[in-house]
Write a protein that binds this ligand. Structure first.
Ligand SMILES: [Zn+2]
Length: 857
């Protein structure tokens, strides 16, 4: 067995302590690392694939100019390996564009450190600890010239095919060489001080191999270090041997927040003298050696895995993080959207067509991006840290919002002319806007407005013009909340791709039915009024008809007669798990639906461009778990729920805003969206992708796992098939003939379960512990047992859904394009655009090309 050792640290910047505490550890860490590298000119070290350690160290004064220079020399010499990421994100919960920026910034920071030397940023994917792998991981890495990755969690290879290496392929054929960390990223942690390692169990992160060191030794207190180390190294090699056709064993010498890298090379040299084929290596050198071994004649071909890797049978992917502290995910989604869909395209258009003096404040924008990204580490955005960490995140989000508002204001100032005085001439050119609510009596004449379309094709639809508010005076205006009165709603036609429509003074004579020329396929050719019927509690627009039933659920009927019933049914069960993992109490009491006497419905907006059903519910839910956590408490409290269901003229999509004031603990509140029993074909939004998933995934069989493999599975696991899966923006269910389907959109929510022919989406999951040792749906620990009262989410929660029934294939129905449109609605401002021409039109079949970024580079 050839044993190769990589020295590294895994740095959870904030987790069981906030960043302000872990920052204190950067001094001891960098000083001992520098000392070690100075003393041993051969020593190499991997800085956890993330450059932010250096940035943090510089900010807190640890990285003095002298130290920076010294570390820079090690980087330039290829001994200190920095990058490729800025930080270690969760790959499912952040925007695809944010993943790209993370790599861009990380590689740039790393390149700066290597300046003037032969070294370069580490061009190896470093997927140490993130909770499951997205389908486009190979393509994203390949697009940065990275053709190999080290990864751990999520592998889907069947037990009889698990190897230490495989090829991993994305849809487009991009393939990376994957090195699978069979027994974790710390199988050889603390080789020189292993006696102490056993005592680290309490702090072991994410249920990884905290007890590994202890289990590898026979307790050899007092035995010579080399002997202990030798036994340990042999044990690792023995475990890995059955899975490594090349005979290469990877030893990962590092641990979470390791402050003292080990001077391991003299001990390795002694082992080499004793005949062991063993030395320290770098990830790049390891991959090169692996490639050479794989090319030898007679070597069996590597298994190829395709797409996402989201399976917890060997090591946890922690599906409960998809819904823990859902408020953080929604806020992150909102600021990412503001940055990617509005600010950057606005700045780009301002530079191209705006006032001559405008230039994008590139440095400021990058600082805002870095601040957004600082909320993306896996322990942060996943919601699995102590409360203080997540309070820090909310403050960061608020600061980002403030900065986005300022930057948007500057770009808009360059782009827009002030509104004309009332009664002045209409804007001379540009698409026409018809005020379909002009027939309403006593309507004040609006000023000019300009409508921005951030997507690369022409669109029509309803916009809200914020006439009475400051254009972007404060943080409120960053959102796109639609006014709750119909007065400010307009039907706008044909806004060019990545461009503006100027809205002229409203013509009093234009009724809704005269609006025409709607180009976007979601909008009907002949737009009819939206009508609401108070008696039947129904709203309809000629395409869709929606009725609020006495039990508070919705019935949705299409023009072709397809009906979906019991939509928005509430389901609430107990949760005795922790932030990582959902677990029902052993005797659960699930509350389903609401009694008619607890439902109130209001119909508004009759005869305008938008009609709305307001559905108020009063739900009584158990206040928490019983003291022994085996069931839900008998005592109940009222939880108010409010749905606003709105239908626009010409829209084939129904939009829903649901608000919950959570007053109870230890529960998971989901909304159900039942589909026809034939609609079992699932296509699910994913970063840069849409993935097909099983409606009824097969049960996992624990007996498939042989003794050899079991020896490697030292961390926490999900022994049963995972049913709650990641999504981005939508889950689409269609029938096998491709003649009908329903797409359920939930922007900013990231978890769904398909069960009993219904999509279930959690609005919130409320738990009181960072991690617990007694979670029934997981084997092993996930982290320290720390109370996290804020993870009970006792706050107001507002989420958005949209429902899109279609009578074709999902592809022809433009399901992903509709997701992009919902994420980036037309945006209206008081004022006049300087130029109404669009800057970009992308034509693709069914608008299947989604533009993730339009920016100045
Ligand atoms: Zn971690």
């Amino acid at each position: 067995m050839k044993m190769r050792l990589v020295s590294h640290t895994h740095w959870d910047r904030e987790w069981f302590l906030p960043a302000s505490f872990t920052r204190e550890w950067l001094g001891p860490f960098f000083h001992s690392l520098a000392e070690l590298m100075r003393a041993d000119p051969e020593y190499c070290f991997v800085l956890d694939g993330q450059s932010i350690l250096l940035e943090d160290a510089a900010k807190c004064g640890v990285l003095t100019p002298e130290l920076a220079q010294e570390l820079g020399r090690y980087c330039a010499a290829g001994r200190l390996l920095v990058g490729p990421y800025y930080l270690q994100p969760d790959w499912n919960l952040v925007s695809p564009e944010a993943l790209v920026r993370n790599l861009e910034i990380g590689l740039r920071d790393a390149a700066l450190m290597c300046e003037g030397g032969v070294g370069e940023p580490m061009k190896i994917g470093w997927l140490m600890d993130n909770f499951g792998q997205i389908s486009q991981c190979p393509q994203i890495h390949a697009s940065f010239g990275i053709d190999s990755v080290f990864m751990w969690r999520g592998l889907t290879l069947p037990p009889n095919d698990v190897r230490s290496e495989y090829l991993w392929r994305s849809h487009d054929g991009s393939t990376v060489q994957a090195v699978y960390l069979l027994d974790s990223y710390r199988n050889a942690m603390r080789l020189l001080s292993q006696g102490a390692a056993g005592s680290q169990d309490g702090a072991s992160s994410h249920g990884a191999a905290g007890s590994l060191a202890a289990s590898d030794t026979d307790g050899g207190q007092g035995a010579p270090a080399t002997t202990q180390m030798e036994r340990r190294v042999q044990a690792i090699a023995n475990r890995i041997r059955p899975f490594s056709p090349t005979g290469l064993a990877l030893l990962m010498n590092g641990y979470d927040q390791e402050m003292e890298p080990e001077a391991v090379t003299p001990a390795l040299a002694r082992l080499a003298e004793q005949g062991y084929d063993m030395h320290q290596t770098t990830p790049g050198a390891f991959v090169a050696e692996l490639g050479a071994a794989l090319n030898k004649p007679g070597m069996p071909p590597l298994p190829v895995v395709h797409g996402e890797q989201y399976n917890g049978r060997y090591i946890c992917v922690f599906p409960g993080v998809l819904s823990a502290r859902s408020y953080l995910k929604r806020e992150n989604y909102a600021v990412e959207t503001e940055m990617e869909q509005y600010l950057e395209p606005l700045m780009a258009t301002a530079m191209l067509v705006g006032e001559g003096s405008y230039t994008q404040p590139a440095e400021h924008v990058e600082q805002v991006w870095r601040r957004i990204l600082r909320n993306h580490p896996h322990d942060s955005i996943c919601g699995v840290s102590v409360d203080d960490v997540h309070t820090d995140m909310e403050e960061r989000f608020q600061r980002v919002r403030d900065e986005l508002a300022l930057l948007q204001q500057d770009a808009l100032d360059a782009l827009l002319l002030p509104p004309l005085a009332d009664g002045a001439a209409a804007y001379p050119h540009g698409p026409a806007l018809t005020d379909v609510s002009a027939a309403l009596p006593h309507r004040p004449a609006p000023k000019d407005a300009a409508v921005f379309n951030p997507l690369p094709y022409r669109r029509s639809g309803v916009v809200a013009v914020e006439l009475e508010t400051e254009r972007l005076g404060g943080t409120e205006a960053v959102g796109h909340e639609v006014s709750d009165t119909s007065d400010d709603l307009y039907w706008v036609t044909d806004v060019p791709g990545l461009g503006w429509a100027s809205v002229p003074q409203v013509q009093d004579s234009a009724p809704a039915s005269s609006a025409s020329g709607a180009a976007a396929p979601v909008v009907a050719d002949a737009v009819t009024d939206v009508v609401g019927n108070v008696e039947t509690r129904t709203i309809s627009n000629g395409l869709l008809s929606v009725t609020a039933e006495p039990d508070g659920t919705l019935t949705l009927t299409t023009a072709q007669g397809t009906r979906f019933t019991s939509l928005l049914e509430l389901e609430d069960g107990g949760d005795s798990g922790d932030t990582y993992t959902y677990a029902p109490p052993s005797i659960d009491r699930v509350v389903r639906g609401v009694k008619p006497e607890d439902v109130s419905v209001r119909v508004t907006g009759n005869g305008t461009v938008r009609a709305t059903l307001q559905v108020g519910l009063t739900v009584r839910l158990p206040v928490g778990l019983t003291e022994d956590r085996t069931t839900r408490a008998a005592e109940e409290a009222v939880v108010p729920v409010f749905h606003e269901v709105s239908l626009d003229a010409g829209a084939a999509v129904l939009r829903i805003t649901s608000s919950v004031r959570n007053t109870v603990r230890d529960h998971r509140l989901r909304l159900r969206f039942p589909v026809e029993p034939e609609m079992q074909k699932l296509s699910v939004g994913a970063p840069f992708d849409e993935v097909a998933r099983d409606a009824s995934p097969p049960a996992q069989d624990e007996t498939d796992i042989g003794a050899d493999l079991r020896q490697l599975m030292l961390g926490a696991r999900e022994p049963d098939t995972i049913r709650t899966m990641p999504m981005r923006d939508y889950v689409c269910c269609s029938n096998s003939e491709g003649s009908r389907g329903l797409a359920v959109y939930a922007p900013g929510l990231f978890e769904y379960e398909f069960r009993d022919s219904a999509v279930h989406i959690p609005v919130l999951r409320a738990v009181g512990w960072l991690a617990r040792p007694d979670v029934s749906t997981r084997t092993g620990d996930a982290g320290p047992m720390i109370a996290t009262p804020d993870a009970q989410c006792l706050r107001d929660t507002t989420v958005e859904f949209a429902l899109y029934p279609f009578e074709s294939t999902a592809e022809r129905a433009r399901v992903p394009a509709v997701a992009a449109e919902l994420r980036a609605p037309l945006w209206a401002f008081p004022g006049r655009a300087r130029d109404t021409a669009g800057l970009l039109e992308i034509e693709s079949p069914h608008d299947a090309v989604i533009m993730s970024s339009a920016r100045v580079v």
